[in-house]
Structures are given as structure tokens and as C-alpha cells.
Ligand binder design. Sequence first.
Ligand SMILES: *Cc1c(COP(=O)(O)O)cnc(C)c1O
Length: 366
Amino acid sequence: MNEPIPFLDVVGVNSDVREELDIAWKAVLQHGRFVGGPEVGMFEEQFASYCEASECVGVGNGTDALELILTALSIGAGDEVIVPANTFAATAEAVCSAGARPRFVDVEPGTLLIDPDAADAAVNSRTAAIVGVHLFGQMIDVPRVAAVARRHSLALLEDAAQAHGARFAGRRAGSVGTAAAFSFYPGKNLGALGDAGAVVTHDRSVADRVRRLANHGSAPGNRHVHRERGRNSRLDSIQAAALSAKLPMLDDDNRRRSALMEAYAALLPASCAPVAVSPEAQSAHHLAVVRTAQRERAVSALDSAGIGWGVHYPVPCHLQPAFSAFREQLPTVEKAAEQILSLPISPTLGQADVARICEALRGVTS
Ligand SMILES: *Cc1c(COP(=O)(O)O)cnc(C)c1O
């Protein structure tokens, strides 16, 4: 049998920058400022500029980034926040942790991203924000969702955990909403060597409040004065150094993902159709998601060929036990959840790997 193809090869992803990582690690060990070292500010500046936004605050992880944005905007108890049901549980968790109530809405049948009309219909007097989740690497339909937010005076949060470097109509993920949450979990397009995240925004006052909340509510310049009750969610110096070492590769990695996706589109059998990408979107292709009516047969073919796969996500958020208080009937996402299948798309893969994967699928699903 051929070499197995892993769903994601995190060791391989980091091996290209091994030398830079070693240098960065040693520098932090040398100066000893593991928290709040100069690496943090440096990465924040680089990432804000990469996202074509003005502010970036490094935080502990992507879930905290979402929660901190909501709290910084004073969204909490008594408020509702519109969340697409097709997302990782963290999006809805953050809304609950901030004290607000998630209001799940359905997605568009082609892209499986938030349906702007469904979001519009879900607005009521308690609605405070919409979370646009740029899922699978593709940004939401920014003009349409932003128009809904504007019409009802709502904040628009970007959950950009899967969309580092993506664009919609030329605009970068992280630059289109009130504020954006990024995750640098090791498997994301830009991954740290552990948990890490960031808030990106054009709004200086949101950035300042996130920074304060994430550091025990301390006033900048006087850490013994606690302006408000905060918490601890900071980006470590070591992680910031690793992220600065990897950021210059992100565009190349995303181009590699894009080439793999083109190969998939050309070689997949008709019974496995990639999820649609809007002509205005430049996806970061975090995940290669296809739809198939024969998922069980497809995954057993992949298993026997030694090919990794995933499902993102098999149970939509509104049907998760954890969110049983927020049930809805959302037919588009419920149907999609039975058919979606994520194929390997790590930048470490080559065209030959994609050809092998498509060959394995051709046997069973035609
Ligand atoms: C990964 C992810 C998160 C959470 O990020 P963490 O850093 O793991 O907390 C949130 N939303 C989406 C869509 C994600 O993929």
C-alpha cells in the first residue's frame, strides 16, 4: 500500500521554519520575559498590517478573542447575538461566556456560510451583534451581512479562526467588521506551537479595552490599578515569536492550498462536489469540504487507502446538547451536516496526493 496521507501534518507544517523557531525560542529563554516580552508587540504590529487593519491584541486563544470582543463592546446579559449554526462550538460558547444568548440561524445552501436574509429575520429588540463566521477559509458575503448589521445598528464580529489571509471583494479577513477574532491553534492556516489567538480591529477603543480585560483589567502603565474586572488571556512571548517566524510563509501556504483545491475541482468525481466559493471570495482554503450523498462509502474507501478525513461539523451547533436551550429548526445546515466531508489540504501535500485521494473516491461514489 502507498504511504498514508494524514488529514493534517502539523510536524511537516513547522519543519520549513525549524531554524527560525529555534532562534526565536532561544532569544526568549535568554531575556526571560515569557509574558509581555517584546515579541508580542512586534507580532501584533505585523499581524494588524497583514490583515490591513490598524490594531491587533494578542490573546490566549480564538475563543477568548471572541468573548473579549463581546465584553469590550459591553454585550452580555440580556443581549442576543446571531450565530450561524454551521460553526465550531467555540463561537456559541464565547457568546454564552460573555453572558449573552446565541440566536442560531441557517446558512446559504451553496457556501454553507451565514444566510444574510436569515440573519435579518432573526433580529429583535434584544439583538446586539452578528457573528460572521468565515468558515472553511471563505469569508461571509460581507456587503450583504454588513448591510443587515448597519440597518439594525448591530456590531458585526468576524470569527476569522479559519480565514487568515482570505479576502472578499478585495478586503482582508479581519478588516471588515467591528472587530475580528483569530485563532492560532496549531492546525489553523497560521498556527502557533500551542494555543494562541488575537483580536484585530480598526477601533482603537475596542483594542484598548480588550487589552485591559485580557490583563486583569489593569490600566496600561500602572498594573496595580484595576479599572475593571478582567481576566488573564495573554499571548505568550514564545508563541508570538513563533507566529512572527511563520507569518511570512502564510501567503505561499495559502497559494499552495488554493492549487490543491483546483486539483480537487478538476479530479473529483461528480458525486463529490466541493462546497461553492463565491466569485468575489478569495478563500484561504482552511478545509477542503465536499458534499456527497454517499459519505459512509466514501470514508470507508478513504480509510482503506490510508487517507485521513474529517467532518466539519457532523452536529450543527443548534443541535448540540450544550446548546439545547437555543433550539431552532434550520433545514439547510441539518441536511448539509449529513453530506459534508473534509479532505486533506495541508500545504505539505502535492498534486499527486490529491490525484490519489480523488482516485480512491472515484471507485465508490460514481
Ligand atoms: C478554532 C476555531 C475557534 C476557536 O479557536 P481556539 O483558538 O481553539 O479557541 C473558533 N471558531 C472557529 C470557527 C474555529 O475554527
